[in-house]
Design a protein around this ligand. Structure first.
Ligand SMILES: *Cc1c(COP(=O)(O)O)cnc(C)c1O
Length: 413
């Protein structure tokens, strides 16, 4: 048997590898997931295989490979043990999942997930609080393919049933919304979808599978921008979709036909980030709630939007469905507008201003949701400022924000 057989021992397609188990708690799964001796040969981490061509020693080896291309090494686009280890690890983190595909960005993951379950003539229900590039993919690319999207109130819950049309094929959720932090009643929406045979998808980037078990809650396709928490160090763009058994084959084949693949170097860095995800999420969540509670008590802050706060309208659902707090939330400032927000953010020492989140470093971003949504209205009086609380000392971050809010008040005059 040829070289290819080195990797044929474990079925990497994931169906047999899926699901998590009851003996290991999540922190243990994060440390162990995806580590298979036939991929690592006694080393802790998988090697970085930079590969396009995989060589076959004999014609018989080649023919065996052609008969079952996913049983082992075949061609670089189908991955190597470096990518397979990350896919298997992400599948293990979602109890009940059948497999995971990787994409060069979170947006690529979202578009592949949607294309794998929709065709011309179909109707998609999309949450109004969704990440803006997802909306753009629906309003342009899906529209041009003859797929219609309508937007729904993120707090709709079981009421989603009234919006289902005869041609509705998919319902897309993002919970909480990553600008405005509405928590969706995922079990109620999944129940309404299942009753009509409709596929459900969720953008689970805020929570990661550690804080919200999407597949376990009955969602069919769970999308992550791994760029955020899993990578964790602001140096790689990558996305993933983890699928329940009923939709896995469609996701796998569509992604393959779209040519979606990631480099072994990026997969390695992402897997390296994953190993510390549990510890980082605990620290992110604890610090974020500390900063959020402090902000809530400040006179220039009208409202803090973190589902982990008792004052948050989605707190009860969050407490029921989630395992912890994430780092990302927003504050609504009293009065003022974008010009007065300038002195606040421009003078901060410990927060960078920019897109994304999930890295070790804290970020701040003034955002304007009223310009984006269509099904619901964003009616807050003051400016909305989003914060990602990194791994710095929260006391230092609070002192920085205290000085910033003072500059804001001075600017208000
Ligand atoms: C960042 C983000 C994405 C897109 O991820 P990229 O890796 O930047 O393409 C998708 N959804 C949410 C909620 C995000 O925050």
């Amino acid at each position: 048997m040829g070289r290819r057989c080195q990797y044929a021992g474990g079925d990497r397609r994931g169906v047999s590898a899926g699901g998590g188990d009851s003996e290991r708690r999540p922190a243990t799964v994060v440390a162990q997931a995806g580590r298979r001796p036939e991929w690592t040969h006694g080393i802790v981490n998988p090697p970085v295989y930079r590969a396009s061509t995989c060589l076959f020693e004999t014609l018989a080896d080649l023919d065996r490979a052609i008969a079952d291309p996913d049983a082992g090494l075949y061609y670089g686009r189908r991955g190597t043990p470096t990518q397979w280890a990350l896919e298997a690890a992400l599948t293990e983190l979602e109890p009940g999942a059948a497999g995971t595909k990787l994409y060069p960005s979170g947006v690529a993951a979202i578009s592949a997930a949607l294309l794998s379950v929709l065709k011309t003539g179909d109707h998609l229900l999309m949450v109004d609080s969704v990440y803006e590039p997802t909306r753009l993919f629906c309003s342009r690319t899906l529209r041009d393919l003859g797929i219609e999207t309508s937007y729904y109130d993120p707090t709709i819950g079981a009421g989603i049933a009234d919006l289902i049309q005869p041609n509705t094929r998919a319902i897309f959720m993002e919970s909480p919304g990553s600008l405005t932090f509405e928590v969706q009643d995922v079990p109620a929406i999944v129940a309404a979808a299942k009753a009509r045979g409709i596929v459900t998808l969720i953008d689970n980037t805020w929570a990661t599978p550690l804080l919200f078990a999407a597949i376990g809650h009955g969602v069919d396709l769970s999308v992550q921008s791994l760029t955020k928490f899993v990578v964790g160090h602001s140096d790689v763009l990558m996305g993933s979709v983890t699928a329940a058994p009923g939709v896995w084959e469609r996701l796998r084949t569509t992604s393959y036909r779209l040519g979606q693949t990631v480099s072994a170097d990026d997969a390695y860095l992402t897997l390296r980030g994953l190993r510390t995800l549990h510890a980082r999420m605990e620290r992110h969540g604890r610090s974020a709630l500390e900063v959020a509670r402090w902000l809530e008590a400040q006179p220039s802050v009208a409202q803090v939007l973190h589902p982990g706060l008792h004052t948050h309208p989605g707190h009860a659902i969050w407490q029921r469905d989630f395992h912890g707090a994430s780092s990302l939330f927003a504050m609504i400032l009293r009065e003022g507008g974008r010009p007065e927000t300038g002195p606040l953010v421009d003078g901060l020492k410990h927060f960078g201003m920019g897109f994304s989140f999930g890295g070790y470093e804290s970020l701040i971003l003034p955002v304007e949701p009223h310009t984006i949504r269509t099904a619901t209205r964003w009616a807050a009086d003051g400016p909305l400022v989003r914060l990602h609380i990194g791994l710095e000392d929260p006391g230092d971050l609070i002192a920085d924000l205290e000085a910033g809010l003072l500059r804001y008040e001075t600017a208000l005059g």
